[in-house]
Structures are given as structure tokens and as C-alpha cells.
Design a protein around this ligand. Structure first.
Ligand SMILES: C[S@@+](CC[C@H](N)C(=O)[O-])C[C@H]1O[C@@H](n2cnc3c(N)ncnc32)[C@H](O)[C@@H]1O
Ligand code: SF4
Length: 367
């Protein structure tokens, strides 16, 4: 089982971001953590955890006393597999060596740092708070604390990216002590400040250059935005999600998915699935509502067709692939065509996209 814990606080709001996150909310930290602890105990599960992911928001905005409480709740309500991957996302500007060391002592063994860019003009376009020096300082803190499984996030396809700059950016990233990198094409979301500023998404995506440059440094994609070095570890949390496995989400706005078997053993056992296969649950996004009702969930029922579509989209944009048995006769005809044009390959009755970037389009052709 996989557990996601949402920390919905940031020190400032980045121009592109529409994640569920709030600034200037320090006075709510104590109440939020108390609510989160109730939420965690209400979602306890017999199946041992393979991964825990603290996402945000900015998890490193919270001091260690809050994590001591969160971990006590986790240990009380879950069993952790001996090789459970425990990731925290972090922002470079707030990180300290002491925080990293204390988190390591609590069990964190993977850190994902939101670098986004090394270039000051691009960072300022994205409305990030940190500069280049903060990135190096943050990495030094993480390393000195003894965390060795380190990933960074980059954003590309901004007006400040061209092939030369992107190659420079990746070259700088490759000098860091990392074995994993997530690179996201900038999406201009409704309600983001970039959108309100009238910014547009790039018409000349640079995914190909990104992949080629990373390949030259020995980093390979296992999903459209995720790359790992030869001796690095793929992110267990992400893989579980792409494989369509069940997961538990705790915290404001957190999403979880439970299928029949897990549902029966959970606190949601009274929910009647009838002919549905699974449910997707979401906690309320509003902080004060969440604090008042941490166990409240909105529920979406998923039928066989929903699950099939999700498997196609997640499988074709990643190395997970798609079971050929999911395809009907019309999709099987399209598959032949896609195979003959070298868009996909078939191994052991599974379909794999040859370019994850085309995953969504291929999924539409096979649905
Ligand atoms: C929750 S944030 C990461 C944690 C941390 N708060 C940070 O920003 O450093 C997850 C990642 O999603 C990516 N992201 C968020 N919004 C995006 C957008 N509109 N377009 C592209 N990438 C985005 C960023 O790379 C970001 O690091
Ligand atoms: S990108 Fe990260 S730091 Fe920026 S607002 Fe979103 S969650 Fe907060």
C-alpha cells in the first residue's frame, strides 16, 4: 500500500502553481496537524506500506515537532515494509541540515527538491523565491545530513528555454549529487498567476532535446516526466500510482483510491460498490473545513471502463505498459496500425509506447 500525506503550506505562491497550498497560515499549523492525525488513524490499513510520500505545498516549511507527531500516528496505524520508501518534497530556500538530519532519523530516505531552474530570469518568470546559490546550499544540507536518494524537479518549455539553454540547464543539474530527475513541461493552468498575466504555453515543446540530453548523461525516462540514472532508484510512490494500485491520501485535498478488496478492510466498508470496481476519495481542500472535518471525503465511483481508460493513459506514458487483453476488436485493429508505424511495441502480451510523450494520443487511439 502507498500513503500520500499532503502538507498544504508554502512561504509564497509560485506563478504557475495551482496545487492546494496556502501562504501566511502559521496559526493553523497546530490544528492542521491534529486533524491530519485523526485522518491518518481513520485510514489505517492492514496491508504494509511500501511507500510514504509527503507532498505539498512545501513539506519543509513545517518544523520537526510536527513530523514527530505525524510519524507517531503513522507507526500506530500502519506497518511499514522494511524497505518502505519515504519521500519528502522540499523547497531549496527553506532547507536546513538539521531538518534533513531529523527527518532522516524519523525515517525519511528520499528527498525531492524543487529546483525548477538555475537561471535567475527563468526563476523570476516562474515567481520562485530561491536563487542559484540556494540550490547548491540545499543540496549540501541534504547530503551532509546523510540522505543519498535525491531527486530534483525542473520545469521546461518556458519562454526562457531554447535548445542551448535547456542543455545548459541539464548540464548544471547533472553536476548535482542526484540519481533521479523529474522534468515538467510548463502548463499554464486556469487561476494561476501566469494565466492571469496572459502567459501562453509553448508551441514548440522541447521534450526531444530534454530526453536526448539526459540520455547522454546516462539518465533514462521511465515515465514522460521522470528520469533515473543507471544505479538510481525509480520512485516507488509514482510507480504504484501508474500501475493502478490502491493508495491512501491524507490531508487537505488529498486523493486516494480503493478497490473492492482494500475497501472491505477499511473504514469505508459500508460503501456499496454494486457493479463498480473502485472508489476515488478526496478530502476537502479548504483548510478550515478540513480541520473541522478531517474524515470527510467526496467519493467518485469507478466502473470497468473508467479503470480501463486510466490504465491506458497511465500505462502508455510510462514503462508500466498496458495489458493487451484490455483492448476491444476495434482497438486491436488500431494497435496493428500503431505497431506497423513503430509507435508501440508488444512484449509478453503488453503494449509499450516507444515515446512516452505520445502516450496520451496513443491511449486515445486504443480506447
Ligand atoms: C508540489 S510541487 C513541489 C514541491 C515544492 N513546493 C516546490 O515547489 O519546490 C510539485 C512539482 O510540480 C511541478 N509543477 C507544479 N505546477 C506546475 C505547472 N503548472 N507546470 C509544470 N510543472 C508544475 C513543479 O516542478 C513542482 O516542483
Ligand atoms: S510550486 Fe511548490 S512552492 Fe510553489 S506554490 Fe506550488 S507547492 Fe508552493
Amino acid at each position: 500500500m502507498t500513503l500520500y500525506i499532503h502538507i498544504p503550506f508554502c512561504s509564497s505562491r509560485c506563478g504557475y502553481c495551482t496545487f492546494n497550498s496556502f501562504t501566511n497560515s502559521e496559526e493553523l499549523y497546530d490544528d492542521y496537524i491534529n486533524a491530519l492525525i485523526l485522518d491518518i488513524s481513520n485510514n489505517s490499513c492492514k496491508e504494509p506500506l511500501n511507500s510514504i510520500f509527503f507532498g505539498g505545498g512545501t513539506p519543509n516549511i513545517l518544523g520537526i515537532k510536527f513530523y514527530e507527531k505525524i510519524f507517531s500516528a503513522i507507526w500506530k496505524n500502519f506497518t511499514l515494509n522494511h524497505n518502505c520508501e519515504i519521500t519528502a518534497e522540499a523547497n531549496p530556500n527553506l532547507i536546513t541540515q538539521q531538518w534533513c538530519k531529523q527527518m532522516l532519523d524519523l525515517g525519511i530516505n528520499r528527498l525531492s527538491l524543487g529546483v525548477q531552474s538555475f537561471f535567475i530570469d527563468k526563476l523570476s518568470y516562474l515567481e520562485r523565491e530561491h536563487g542559484k546559490k540556494d540550490i547548491y546550499y540545499a543540496l549540501e544540507c541534504v547530503q551532509k545530513a546523510g540522505i543519498s536518494n535525491i531527486s530534483i524537479d525542473l520545469i521546461y518549455d518556458t519562454p526562457f528555454d531554447n535548445p542551448k539553454r535547456l542543455k545548459e540547464e541539464i548540464t548544471l543539474a547533472m553536476q548535482l549529487p542526484i540519481t533521479h530527475l523529474s522534468a515538467y513541461s510548463l502548463s499554464i493552468e486556469d487561476d494561476s498567476r501566469l494565466k492571469n498575466r496572459g502567459e501562453k504555453e509553448s508551441q514548440t515543446p522541447q521534450h526531444k532535446i530534454l530526453v536526448e540530453t539526459l540520455n547522454n548523461f546516462g539518465f533514462y525516462p521511465y515515465e514522460v516526466s521522470n528520469f533515473v540514472s543507471k544505479n538510481g532508484k525509480k520512485c516507488k510512490h509514482n510507480l504504484a500510482y501508474w500501475q493502478g494500485m490502491d493508495y491512501i491520501g491524507c490531508g487537505a485535498g488529498a486523493v486516494g483510491k480503493l478497490s473492492k478488496k482494500t475497501l472491505r478492510e477499511s473504514n469505508y466498508q459500508d460503501i456499496n460498490l454494486n457493479h463498480m470496481l473502485a472508489i476515488r476519495l478526496q478530502a476537502t481542500k479548504n483548510l478550515k473545513d478540513y480541520i473541522a472535518h478531517p474524515n470527510k471525503r467526496s467519493i467518485e465511483y469507478l466502473n470497468a471502463q473508467d479503470i480501463q481508460l486510466e490504465s491506458l493513459f497511465l500505462g502508455l506514458r510510462s514503462e508500466v505498459g498496458v495489458d493487451i487483453s484490455l483492448l476491444d476488436s476495434k482497438a486491436l485493429k488500431n494497435l496493428e496500425m500503431l505497431k506497423s508505424h513503430n509507435f508501440v511495441e508488444i512484449r509478453n502480451n503488453k503494449i509499450y509506447a516507444l515515446d512516452y510523450f505520445l502516450g496520451d494520443e496513443l491511449a486515445l487511439r486504443l480506447s
